[in-house]
Write a protein that binds this ligand. Structure first.
Ligand code: NAP
Length: 531
């Protein structure tokens, strides 16, 4: 097991009151009228933004001098005026000279920042003849909606932007893969002028959060979910409350959950809140990964330290480990990976089985007629596992470890047979499951994703078969009460929620990530609040 004991706490703990980076959070406001813009600016201020981007290309009947004077005067925060043309992904379709005149007026009436697209930056600087108020800064921007170029090309782009006379460089590219953000980070840390470096799209989320670690000038946070000016933008609330953006420093340790899809994961809510509660200098992100190998090869610096693994990467994760604990090796899947601080080696663990098995044992102990005077309450029970993936293996090995007799049912029968032979149990098809009743009082564990949101009406076994089970566990935890668990309850079985597996294994992972005891109550609360 990896130990963080040897790492002095001073490098791991931070004061969560203080701001630990200078990266600004900018809220884009996009409305059709001045009044709506003013209302959104106020909201941005209340939600904790540092500045607002006035996307005047969204306004109907925009009268530059008149409207900008009002907007800038009434804005409770510094302003960035952007008048994005359609040819750079915005809405303005009119005359280019009029657009540049509006940007010039923005400078004249007191905008703190204006955004000028690289394609016309030289023309604009000639047009204003170097005349701009000292307090105003010009951001020269380049947007690539197709991809993220190689690092040399991004470097060249930065040089071209700098050469225009820009005060601030802005490069926004598009993520085709999570590793694309690494090239932007590489340029960000070496850039000699203030730089905004963001990678758009869901796979670019980490660029929008970790820019605080790598010295980005600003990031964008939307007023509400879906109200975004570019794909993949988090909300202000997510940046501030979920990712603790103000507390990210250059030395913050990066963690995350590796999966695909990953948007539904509650893990970032759990670990970020738990890190904060003990003052741990870490961040935890959802990591939408296509290839585990290329993710780990790309983010190989010592600050990328700990991962949870979920569908479909638990088995690929194991193959990337330098060392694997014996149970994870037997299961053939990991759900936790730690970069050992002493030598950077990647250590793999499987703590799924600990979470689920202990929750099932606890519940069994509360049932009448269960003899647990000596050993596990699972000893001697017939334990039916549906599924033979990562969670299925964890449950099958865990149940076997506690002395249960295991039967595996799986859609792909060969996998059921393979797992059953490893745990010395039996294998059946999903069709056989319906009439499978060698005895009453069996235990059932669903470890497939059947019944998971959005397909909440699905269930892996007909209700009539459930009467032969005394306890039913469902690894699915979105929703908490799945159709399987509801029907099991109606059939008289005790139930164990998937959230119990999640919560128990979260305690173990937290302790491995941080070296601190898990704040158990807080983790339970966060899970309940985000259910
Ligand atoms: P996995 O390794 O990809 O395995 C998926 C399993 O589900 C396989 O056995 C697969 O059968 C089966 N399956 C998938 N779709 C199916 C369908 N439509 N009908 C029948 N069987 C189907 O995934 P995993 O990591 O084991 O995760 C499985 C579930 O457990 C997920 O819902 C996950 O969220 C949940 N989980 C929960 C926790 C927790 O803490 N509560 C922890 C881990 C996992 P084939 O072999 O035929 O493909």
């Amino acid at each position: 097991m990896a130990s963080l004991d040897s790492v002095p706490l001073s490098t791991l703990q931070v004061g969560y009151g203080a701001r630990r980076n200078s990266t600004l959070i900018c809220a884009p406001v996009m409305a059709e009228s001045v009044d709506q813009m003013v209302e959104q600016m106020r909201k941005a201020n209340q939600l904790g933004a540092d500045l607002v981007e006035l996307r005047v290309d969204f306004m109907k009947n925009f009268r530059p001098r008149h409207d900008l004077e009002i907007l800038i005067q009434y804005c409770p925060l510094p302003t960035l005026v952007t008048y994005r043309p359609v040819w750079e992904g915005g809405r303005y379709k009119g005359d280019e000279r009029k657009r540049q005149e509006a940007l010039r007026i923005a400078l004249e009436v007191g905008a703190d920042y204006i955004d000028v697209e690289l394609k016309v930056a030289h023309e604009f600087f000639d047009y204003i003849e170097g005349k701009k108020p000292d307090k105003s800064k010009i951001i020269v921007s380049s947007h690539n909606y197709q991809n993220t170029p190689p690092v040399e090309e991004i470097g060249d782009l930065v040089a071209r932007i700098q050469a225009t006379g820009a005060d601030i460089v802005k490069i926004a590219t598009t993520a085709l893969d999570i590793t694309d953000s690494a090239r932007v980070f590489q340029v960000l840390v070496h850039c000699q002028v203030p730089m905004i470096g963001l990678v758009m799209g869901e796979k670019g989320l980490i660029s929008r959060v970790l820019c605080a670690k790598f010295g980005g000038f600003l990031t964008f946070g939307s007023l509400e979910a879906g109200f975004i000016s570019a794909p993949g933008q988090p909300t202000l609330k997510e940046l501030l409350d979920l990712y603790n953006f103000r507390q990210i420093g250059y030395d913050t340790k990066v963690h995350g959950v590796i999966g695909n899809p990953i948007g539904h994961s509650k893990s970032p809510h759990i670990y970020n809140a738990a890190f904060k509660s003990v003052g741990f200098n870490g961040i935890y992100l959802p990591l939408l990964v296509d290839s585990v190998t290329s993710f780990l090869d790309t983010y190989s610096s010592p600050d990328f330290v700990g991962y949870s693994y979920t569908i479909p990467h638990k088995e690929a994760g194991l193959k990337c480990c330098d060392e694997v604990d014996p149970i994870a090796k037997a299961i053939g899947a990991i759900n936790c990976m730690i970069r050992r601080p002493t030598d950077g080696k990647l250590m793999g663990y499987n703590v799924d089985y600990l979470g689920a098995i202990s929750a099932i044992e606890e519940r069994l102990k509360g049932l009448k007629g269960t003899n647990h005077a000596s050993g596990s309450a699972l000893a001697g029970k017939l334990f039916v596992v549906i599924g033979a993936g990562g969670a299925g293996k964890a449950l099958a090995y865990g149940a076997k470890e506690e002395g249960a007799r295991v039967v595996v049912a799986n859609r792909t029968y060969d996998k059921a047979k393979e797992l059953a032979s490893k745990v010395g149990g039996g294998a059946i098809t999903l069709a056989e499951l319906e009439n499978f009743r060698p005895e009453d009082g069996m235990i059932l564990a669903n470890t497939t994703s059947v019944g998971m949101k959005p397909r909440v009406d699905d269930t892996p076994i007909p209700k009539k078969a459930l009467k032969h089970y005394s306890l039913v566990f469902d690894a699915v935890y979105t929703p908490k009460l799945t159709r399987l668990l509801r029907e099991a309850q109606e059939s008289g079985a005790a139930i164990v929620y998937g959230t119990e597996m999640l919560v128990n294994q979260a305690f173990v992972q937290f302790e491995r990530f941080t070296g601190f005891p898990a704040p158990k109550e807080l983790i339970r609360d966060v899970l309940a609040r985000n259910a």
